[in-house]
Ligand binder design. Sequence first.
Ligand code: ZN
Length: 203
Amino acid sequence: MKILCIGRNYVKHIEELNNQVPSQPVIFSKPDSALLLKNKPFFIPDFANDFHHEVELVIKINRIGKNIAPQFAHRYYDEIALGIDFTARDLQAELKSKGLPWEKAKAFDGSAMLSPFVSKSKFAGIQNINFRLDKNNTTVQKGNTGHMIFPVDEIISHVSQYFTLKIGDLIYTGTPEGVGPVAINDRLKGYIEDELMFDFLVK
Ligand code: ZN
């Protein structure tokens, strides 16, 4: 399976990092070795100094597809989850300034934290889902999928022009504002609506 991620998909997050609003989805990927499952702790790596949380809605692809039209994209996923796209922000800034790929800052072991999945049928619509991240019992990120620049079905259509989507592939759909650093002993809890999706420690 592969993990595709969308960058710069919420306007207020783009503003907080002083980036430009993109005309097409910004895409990067992570290998399967990046997955962090089952509320296992996130161990802060030693190759950078400023690791940020980015809480994101995650889509799981349930059938194979290429060149998927937006109006059919909803047939390609039944389940969603909440994840964190952990980012070595200082290393990413260095790579960006040199025009180099982001992988070392975005795709390292443990950088794709993922909750269990829930059926999308629990929600009225994919573009009206509230989610949030609490750090040490204070809410630090709060989003609604209605604020995405590129909605889920457009993302699926766009990425499938470049990458054949396969069963089990994951798409991280971008983070709202409020990204920030994590430190040892932080406790991170993520919610979709009022349902606790993950609860784990930073070590
Ligand atoms: Zn992200």
